[in-house]
Design a protein around this ligand. Structure first.
Ligand code: FMN
Length: 173
């Protein structure tokens, strides 16, 4: 099972749009994928679903279950203060260790308003997932200057082709 994670809980996020586009690229290639939007997480999950409360939040548990069932994951990651959003780290910290990620495979997509395309954020996240035993696909599109490359819900031709190339690689990864 493949799951796409839209990596911010910001409402009306660009990440959500990219996650949709990614899902339709997968669908065009005959691959179904679920999408997790971090904005759908219970607002209090940091205080009710982590550490000593792990497994106790019934609204958070379905997200843990979905990640447990996923063999491949795609993380759509916006650049926040030179890294990835804190809510994404809290989400990762709320998953079952070590089986949520160990021996699984991930693909990362970065996006930013600035010129980095979340390159550093993707490196930070790669370190974390490697620590957890998850293999990360080497090809990591960095969608810099995203506002100039996304109109309505359509990516520029170049950025769309970068995602298509990554999907091809992920399917045989
Ligand atoms: C809290 C926060 C921090 C940000 N930090 C950066 C940054 O360090 N570099 C950058 O290029 N853009 C930064 N941005 C802009 C986002 O990368 C850009 O708006 C992106 O489209 C946001 O994705 P989202 O719509 O999925 O939240 C930041 C945005 C937010 C909300």
């Amino acid at each position: 099972m493949i799951t796409i994670i839209s990596g911010t809980n910001r409402k009306n996020s660009v990440s959500k749009k990219i996650a949709h586009i990614y899902q339709s690229i997968l669908q065009d290639k005959g691959q179904k994928a679920e999408v997790i939007y971090l904005e759908d997480l219970p607002a209090d999950f940091v205080t009710t679903a982590l550490y000593e409360n792990s497994g106790k939040n019934e609204l958070f548990n379905p997200f843990r279950e979905l990640i447990m069932q996923s063999q491949k994951m795609i993380f759509v990651v916006p650049e926040y203060n030179g890294s990835f959003p804190g809510v994404l780290k809290a989400f990762i910290d709320g998953m079952q260790y070590p089986h949520a990620f160990r021996d699984k495979k991930a693909a990362l997509v970065g996006l930013s308003s600035g010129v980095q395309g979340a390159g550093l954020a993707l490196s930070h996240l790669t370190d974390i997932f490697n620590y957890c035993g998850m293999h990360v696909l080497a090809q990591k599109p960095k969608l810099a200057r995203i506002e100039d490359n996304l109109s309505e819900n359509k990516l520029s031709k170049l950025y769309h082709s970068l995602l298509e190339e990554q999907v091809e690689k992920l399917l045989i990864f």
